[in-house]
Design a binder for this molecule. Sequence first.
Ligand code: FRU
Length: 481
Amino acid sequence: MNATSWRPGFHLSPAVGWANDPNGLCQFNGRYHVFFQHTADWPQSTLKDWQHYSSADLLHWEDHGVALAPSMHEDSCGAYSGCAWVERGGAPDGGDLMRVYYTGNVTDHEAGDCIHVGREANQIMVTSTDGVSFGEKDVQLTNADYPATCTQHVRDPKVWKQDGRLYMLLGARTQKDVGQVLVMASDDGRSWRLHHQIDSVHPFGFMWECPNVAQVDGHDFLAVCPQGLPSEAERWQNLWQAGYFPLDDSLLTTTEVDEHTFVEWDHGFDFYAPQIFVDDTGRTLLVGWMGVFQEDQTAVPDGLPWCHCLTVPRELTLGEDGLLRQTPARELEQLRHDEAPLTPGTDVLLPDLEADIALTNIAEGDVTLTLNDALRLTVAGGYLKVRFLDDAAGAGRSSRIVPLDGGKLDDLRVLVDGSTVEVYANGGATVFSTRWFPHGEKGLRVRASFAGATARAWQMYAPLHETYEPWDSPAPIRACA
Ligand code: FRU
């Protein structure tokens, strides 16, 4: 095993430096665009810009470099998270216009705590007619435009069009230290007024980051990332959480959500700040950050020139229980090759760390999947247990237990890609994403045990490998934060 094999082949990661939240997801003139929060000279700097990739098929990605970087006072401490909205026919030549909305962050720690005093949260728009070059920055909202009940933490715009009007969600922290969403409205996508605010019935964390909306089969879902929920044994196990509220009514008329209805997207060590968009085929797709801002769980081996990555695009569909299901975008199946059957108790050795493992028609009984004697997934007694058998491979992560939706396991899908593992149980009702850094033998050893199932593993092509420089180094472990 060498460290180049930890580099994902179909999960986007920065060529060098740090990555966090996906940004600006859209399909524009047929191509998919994904940006993410990025710091090239990490760990010396934490200043964020937007790294940009595009793809015709969600599999092969072109690296466009940095799309947006701090360049003026209003975004001088970071081009923070935001979205893209495609205006049909909005370009001067009658073509489509990509509008990108993001938060320009300004912090002055000498002036104050940067919560109540010392922070500017500027919502800024840039446009593009070719999807690659961006025009002038247009500062549309500043601190003066937010309700007086908000602190200076207001960020992460999500813009979409509904019933002929544009709406923008902003995540906020109130003066009472409670998370809230601001819903702004606009007729032209330039001047905005407050439409309404969305609160939880009882306080649910001190700040809601990265708000988003999913509208699936006529049902609205409000996604937020609450900071400040206390970790419990079977839920909210990360420092900050990412999930959604299923809404009874339209988001546009919802002013209050019941915090008891909050559903976590993903129970893994490495998941936060997802974004959602609708592509040209009408699919609702989600991409998350495979990382968290938590030192003991963001460990990567020392000297790795890049830190963190994004999840694969996931299709969102509505389950019979009214909750969302997440499944890897169907395009990923095109990367499968050389299918190998899995039989209980027999090791299957794949030459590389890229695999798609699928168990379907699972009979009653416990199911275990062990990967490289380093990571073990066990489904027993209505729980999914994820446990690192090897401290070095966990790099700070150890074990988690997650209640399985519906109690019983019907199917299990596991994507392994370099240092990433994504687990989808029961058609994506329960999802778990983690990084891992297996040492030792090259390739992937899969050992399965189950009473009965159709169980297969495919090797996966790794198109992104062609875009990165090989890198190798002995690998002691340290935290990266
Ligand atoms: C979430 C977040 C956002 C912010 C961005 C900065 O991970 O804190 O609220 O815009 O990261 O990188």
